[in-house]
Design a protein around this ligand. Structure first.
Ligand code: GCB
Length: 586
């Protein structure tokens, strides 16, 4: 039906998202470590757009005058809006925004001077919420998934002076991934860096340097030659590129990366198009190691390893989800103090700095996508969203030696549609990366007291979350669960824990005290230590984190299962119990 012509086009439509959804941004990741980047972070302007009027009424067109030159009345004034420093979560800007969920429009101007024969991309490290991006009145695309990076080609739209507009919406939706109910805080905003990246007309999009192969994918050219060099090893290999891709054997003999010896090498890759017209050269700091399973063992570089881990969210009291590199380093330092060699980065992809720093300091990582609790497992759009987040994460971290495990989800019910959905994700992960292990945090069958989940067939390692001693106060069930189970694969206890108010003391039977949490940890440790097939543990969780579901006065809107207080200044008693347990495993 023809829509009536109307001055205010946007007010008679409710399906405005359809237009934006038609241009979805999908796995656009570019290997960019060594590329020159011009920061577009810094001061932006922002406006709270509760009703998504920017999208409905297309403010981004900046249609400000009638054809006869008369000025139109506007409902926005980009340049007069309040300043905000990017990257940041809007929740941390002022009290009025702390609990805000919905639309927010960000904008800034920037200058650009065109270089010769270049293509230009804008990189968003992470935007929490749906993000619709506009550059110079042109709609560039919509990105879903709040924790993975995306890149937008702006070569043809950039001018000397430019305006970028990003309409973000972090409304929780049942059809999204994660869906509308999670056990963490729903931060919003452009919370990781925004950067402008210049590349040649034909460029290296991604490459992977594994222990026995190297692979490259280029953009802008079909055929050509690539050369990979590791100067420190005096190693050079050639790769023939056909249909924009190439693969070759890798036969250098690097010292292997491990938490004890996080050896990284400078790896350079150069690509030259077939006609020799274009050259691109990038490099990365890469560690080489092998991870695998054999029976119920996890093998790192061929040797059995026990993963002495801890789970962590991406959050700090001051910055919300926009954690700084110093905060990431602080988390690892605390984990190392606890004698950890492993961290589970729950429940969504953390900042790319997290895996880079882990590479550098020697921490093994479990990385995860937010297929969390109830997802619309029958909904093809939800699947496409989850798969895209998985692809973006794998492309981003493909060369990170620290990352040994991809997790395709957490605590989902064992239904047919979930099995199909998550099995497809495991297959996708294997297709994209054959060099890492696949897992998911599964549940115990509380009726039969056994580790039972049909998805485990598809996994290399079985993750198990269990809260005996807390959600189920009958701790005696845990040994029974372990006795009843006979997994053919290694198991990681990916979560256990108990609430505890930092600094609150009392009896070991008094809930929320440090003594109560300690008692749960002591019983867990004693029980787990005797189970031969358990090859790793990552208790819940390093430090307390904000959580809108936690309304008990002891919790005060925090999940208080941390081993440290939320500000990380106070170590609870259970921290020392884990520290001792791990020290004895060394
Ligand atoms: C879980 C979830 C985690 C929660 C935790 C809890 O099983 O995986 O996201 O925060 O339990 O504290 O209940």
């Amino acid at each position: 039906m023809k829509k009536p012509a109307n001055f205010q086009d946007g007010i008679h439509t409710s399906d405005f998202w359809d237009f934006y959804k038609e241009k979805a941004i999908q796995n656009s990741v570019i290997a960019d470590f060594s590329r020159g980047k011009e920061s577009l972070s810094g001061i932006w302007q922002y406006g709270i757009d509760q009703y998504d009027t920017c999208l409905r009424n297309k403010w981004w067109l900046e249609h400000e005058f009638m054809h006869d030159g008369r000025a139109l009345p506007l409902d926005y004034s980009f340049d007069n809006w309040a300043d905000v420093h990017i990257p940041s979560c809007w929740n941390m800007q002022c009290e009025k925004l702390f609990l805000y969920e919905g639309g927010m429009v960000y904008t800034r101007k920037f200058l650009y001077s065109r270089g010769e024969n270049e293509r230009v991309f804008i990189k968003f490290g992470g935007v929490s919420g749906r993000a619709a991006v506009f550059v110079n009145k042109t709609y560039m695309g919509l990105h879903e998934g709040g924790s993975t990076p995306f890149y937008i080609e702006v070569t043809d739209v950039l001018q000397a002076e430019n305006r970028i507009v990003v309409a973000v919406n972090n409304t929780r939706r049942p059809d999204s991934v994660p869906a509308d109910n999670t056990d963490w805080f729903n931060y919003g905003g452009i919370y990781r860096d925004v950067e402008l990246i210049r590349v040649p007309k034909a460029f290296i999009k991604t490459f992977q340097a594994g222990l026995d192969f190297i692979r490259i994918e280029v953009d802008g050219a079909d055929t050509g030659t690539a050369v990979l060099r590791i100067p420190e090893l005096n190693y050079t290999a050639g790769i023939n590129v056909q249909n924009s891709r190439g693969e070759a054997e890798f036969s250098a003999d690097p010292e292997l990366w491990s938490p004890e010896n996080p050896q990284l090498y400078e790896v350079e890759v150069e690509f030259i198009t077939a006609c020799g017209g274009t050259r691109d050269k990038i490099s990365d700091r890469i560690g080489f190691r092998e991870i695998g399973v054999q029976g119920r063992e996890i093998l790192l570089n061929g040797k059995p390893i026990f993963l002495r881990g801890i789970s962590a969210h991406e959050e700090s009291v001051i910055n919300g989800k926009a954690v700084t590199e110093d905060e990431i380093r602080e988390n690892y330092a605390l984990a190392k103090e606890m004698n950890c060699n492993f961290m589970r980065l729950a429940h969504y992809p953390h900042s790319e700095h997290a895996s880079r720093i882990a590479d550098e300091i020697g921490i093994l990582l479990w990385e995860e996508i937010p297929v969390y609790w109830a997802i619309e497992f029958d909904n093809p759009a939800a699947y496409a969203n989850a798969e895209n987040q998985l692809s973006e994460l794998i492309s981003r971290d493909i060369n990170r030696a620290s990352v040994i495990i991809w997790s395709v989800g957490n605590e989902n019910p064992d239904t047919d549609s979930r099995l199909e959905f998550m099995s497809r994700l495991t297959e996708k992960a294997r297709e994209l990366d054959k060099t890492r292990l696949i897992t998911a945090a599964c549940l115990v069958d509380h009726g039969t007291l056994v580790i039972a989940d049909r998805l485990t067939e598809k996994l290399d390692i079985i993750g198990v979350n269990q809260y005996y001693g807390w959600y189920d106060p009958d701790f005696s069930k845990l040994p029974t669960v372990f006795e009843n189970s006979n997994p053919a694969k290694p198991v990681i206890i990916s979560e256990f824990g108990a609430d505890c108010r930092a600094g609150f003391h009392g009896g070991s039977d008094e809930m929320f005290t440090e003594e109560f949490q300690l008692a749960v940890y002591e019983k867990q440790i004693e029980t787990l230590s005797n189970i031969e097939y358990i090859k790793g543990v990552s208790p819940w969780i390093l430090y307390d984190f904000r959580c809108p579901r936690r309304l008990h006065y002891m919790q005060d809107y925090y999940n208080i299962k941390g081993l440290l207080s939320a500000d990380k200044t106070h170590k609870k008693l259970a921290f020392y119990a884990m520290q001792k347990f791990y020290a004895n495993l060394n």
